[in-house]
Design a protein around this ligand. Structure first.
Ligand code: C2E
Ligand code: MG
Ligand code: MG
Length: 707
């Protein structure tokens, strides 16, 4: 048995719950904050910082050591100068030679650095300058050694070492030496310190050394290697951590943005991504369209197969849509069986073509069943502003635009066939109207705003009043006079139609009772009962009780069923019709010939009246072939013992033709339009009651007879 679709839009409306949205946004931002790139940058920065720190520290230590050594050498040279001066004064050289020792080379020079006395080898370059210690407690004139390429004076006038070269040399020395732990093994870096002698005319230039112990260098090298290993380990640990976090984050992101059923993207992702795409400045000159693709009758499919099968179908649909999209286009499942899609397009005709092709492909997904899809399209073309720049779409509400696409697809919901609808503002008006009606319907019943109009049915041979049809009108204080075409489809969708049908039956029964009591010659009045109402198993009892409650004779009420209702559960229909007949009501088939042929239904259903649809008497059906069909339909009804009513008859010729064919009644503008109660009362007064007309007296007589 087919399952009725839910009333209202089939597509799920965008979440109105803003709290939920705020929560989702927060979670996303939280995830984004934990993004991987900042972590990598952080890790690299830490490592670089550590390396710089180590270098600066090492530099500072070297600087300090150098200062220390220069200071020591300076002190020693100062002492030598003092003794040299003293010895010269006393005439003894012994003490000085003793102090200088065999390793201390020195030169006594005049003002122009011309050597006067040379002890040892003169390798002084006399190039250099004045340098100071860290605390500037001393200043000293330093000359480089001829052999030396290891020291230089930097911008701040301190003596510095070319560390790289120095280490190379030490390394070489180390390699050639047998035992680095040997305390005596050291590398010497020569330089000369010059100090003026007491006469002010000469200076003593003494060869000094930085003595670097190889054992110390060895320890430093080991320490540096250890530090490098620690740094490397730190790098590896951080790297592994980052990779792990990256993977976990990706997993979480996927979970957050994945639809459980289709394993594709979810609505949250769609809103985010489409918002980002539309908001980008470079996309301002592109046309975009947001689509709602609705899988028609998904619930029926699930009932007929299984929910698992249904979900598998949804998955295939999602995959298929994704396959047809370009890289930068988006697709996500929105609700039960709805998909949100964002496409880019150049011109609308091509877009329509593309959407049409998409529908074709989707229809053929299942080899056995042909699926149906309703696609609503909301176009978002680029706009050029007065200053000739492209309008920005930043801050656009994707939810609202999708909702518009939903409104467009909902306009197709009366059909099960696939279709494409473009959104236009009129659809919004329609939606506003639907909402307004739905909001006011209950109050309108309570305030008796719905009124019954009667459209008389006449005998085409005698022009006598033979019956009438009750048709609803809404005399709304807000909207004025509203015809059924504007409200009945809404009530049918939102389920209020059952209440309306009750309302009409009760009011017609009340009127009939009142007219009978007032002595009018009453004729049967037919009331439309919606197809949705026929699902209720006790419908016949409900109608019986309502009519009885008003005290109207049952044979003055006829129940009209539209032809389309005959496609529903036939067994239930036969039961209800049979019961209605048993209770004394006549039952008619309305709009016969309007939809699919229901000739077969005529065979099974015990109906009293066949109402030929107005379409028979309009446009295309006119002419000889139309007449043949009408006359055969009348013959068929007669042979099945059914009375016939021709609806929508507007011209005399049609009345004459129908009279000739033996049509029992005419309901059409030719005789009368639907009219308010008091006008209809006039018609009753005018019309001579025919065979089917009954007066209160006759009604009483028939009741007595029945008893
Ligand atoms: P229907 O039951 O087939 O009613 C006949 C419709 O044809 C009425 O339209 C009537 O005004 C119109 N009509 C009759 N003769 C002519 C004619 O010669 N020319 C033209 N152009 N139209 C003619 P109305 O009153 O607008 O009702 C439209 C439909 O709304 C009805 O079709 C019925 O399906 C539904 N409806 C009306 N009242 C009710 C109600 O109380 N309950 C339910 N469930 N449906 C109702
Ligand atoms: Mg009707
Ligand atoms: Mg009709």
């Amino acid at each position: 048995m087919p399952v009725p679709e839910q009333a209202g839009y089939r597509c799920t409306q965008p979440a109105k719950d803003s709290e939920m949205k705020v929560k989702q946004d927060k979670t996303y931002r939280l995830l984004k904050k934990k993004h991987i790139i900042p972590s990598i940058i952080g890790m690299l920065l830490t490592i670089v910082l550590l390396a710089v720190l180590a270098t600066v520290l090492a530099g500072a230590i070297i600087g300090y050591v150098m200062d220390d050594k220069i200071e020591a050498e300076y002190k020693s040279v100062s002492e030598m100068v003092r003794i040299y001066d003293y010895n010269e004064k006393s005439g003894s050289k012994y003490a000085f030679e003793e102090l200088a020792g065999p390793e201390r080379d020195y030169i006594v020079v005049d003002k122009d650095n011309n050597p006067l006395t040379v002890k040892g080898e003169n390798t002084c370059s006399f190039k250099g300058g004045e340098v100071s210690g860290v605390d500037e407690s001393f200043k000293v004139l330093v000359y480089f050694d001829n052999d030396d390429t290891y020291v230089y004076i930097d911008d701040e006038e301190t003596l510095s070492l070319k560390t790289g070269k120095l280490f190379k040399k030490i390394w070489k020395d180390l390699a050639s030496d047998s035992d680095p732990s040997d305390e005596k093994d050291e590398t010497r870096i020569p330089f000369w310190i010059s100090q003026p002698l007491a006469d002010g005319e000469r200076s003593l230039v003494v060869k000094c050394n930085f003595a670097v112990k190889q054992r110390d260098v060895f320890i430093v090298a080991v320490l540096v290697a250890l530090a490098a290993i620690v740094l490397f380990a730190l790098f590896i640990v951080s790297f592994v951590k980052i990779i792990k976090r990256f993977l976990a984050q990706r997993k979480l992101m996927n979970l957050f943005f994945t639809d459980n059923t289709t394993e594709g993207r979810n609505w949250m992702w769609f809103v985010l991504k489409s918002g980002q795409t539309l908001g980008k400045k470079k996309n301002n000159k592109n046309n975009y369209a947001i689509l709602n693709v609705d899988f028609v009758k998904y619930n029926n499919y699930c009932v007929c197969h299984s929910v698992e099968e249904g979900e598998r179908a949804l998955k295939s649909i999602n995959e298929m849509i994704e396959r047809t999209l370009d890289k930068k286009e988006l697709c996500a499942r929105k609700g039960d069986s709805s998909f949100a899609v964002m496409m880019q397009y150049n011109d609308e005709a091509k877009l329509k073509n593309r959407v049409g092709n998409l529908v074709n492909v989707l229809e053929g997904i299942d080899q056995v069943h042909r699926f149906g899809f309703h696609v609503g399209v909301r176009t978002l073309p680029f706009k050029i502003l007065e200053n000739k720049s492209y309008a920005s779409r930043k801050g656009i509400s994707v939810e609202n635009e999708y909702s518009n696409a939903c409104v467009a697809s909902a306009s197709l919901e009366n059909s099960d066939e696939s279709g494409i609808a473009l959104f236009d503002e009129k659809l919004i008006e329609e939606q506003i109207w639907i909402d307004a009606v739905t909001e006011r319907q209950q109050k309108a019943v309570a305030n008796e705003e719905f009124v019954v109009y009667y459209q008389p049915k006449y005998d085409p041979n005698t022009n006598e009043l033979r019956g009438a049809e009750a048709l609803i009108r809404w005399e709304s204080p807000e909207f004025g006079f509203v015809t059924p075409g504007r409200i009945i489809p809404i009530f049918e969708k939102n389920g209020f139609i059952t209440e309306i049908d009750h309302y009409m039956i009760s009011h017609v029964a009340r009127d009939q009772k009142k007219w009978l009591d007032a002595g009018y010659k009453c004729v049967p009045v037919s009331v439309n009962v919606s197809r949705a109402h026929f699902i209720e198993s006790n419908l016949a009892e409900q109608i019986r009780d309502m009519v009885d409650k008003e005290g109207a004779p049952r044979n003055l009420i006829e129940i009209e069923l539209t032809e389309s209702a005959f496609f529903d559960d036939k067994k239930a229909l036969v039961t209800t019709i049979s019961k209605l007949k048993e209770y004394g009501f006549a039952v008619s088939m309305d709009d016969f010939g309007a939809g699919y042929s229901s000739l077969n239904s005529l065979k099974d259903l015990p109906l009293d009246v066949l109402k030929l649809d107005a379409e028979f008497f309009r446009g295309e059906n006119e002419g000889e072939r139309g007449e043949i069909v009408v006359s055969e339909a009348i013959k068929l009804a007669k042979s099945l013992n059914m009375r016939t009513v021709a609806e929508g008859v507007e011209v005399k010729e049609q009345v004459e033709f129908l009279a000739n064919q033996g049509c029992d009644m005419i309901q059409g503008f030719y005789f009368a339009k639907p009219m308010p109660k008091d006008e209809y009362e006039g018609r009753m007064k005018e019309g001579v009651a025919g065979d089917l007309g009954v007066t209160a007296k006759e009604d009483k007589a028939s009741e007595e007879k029945a008893e």
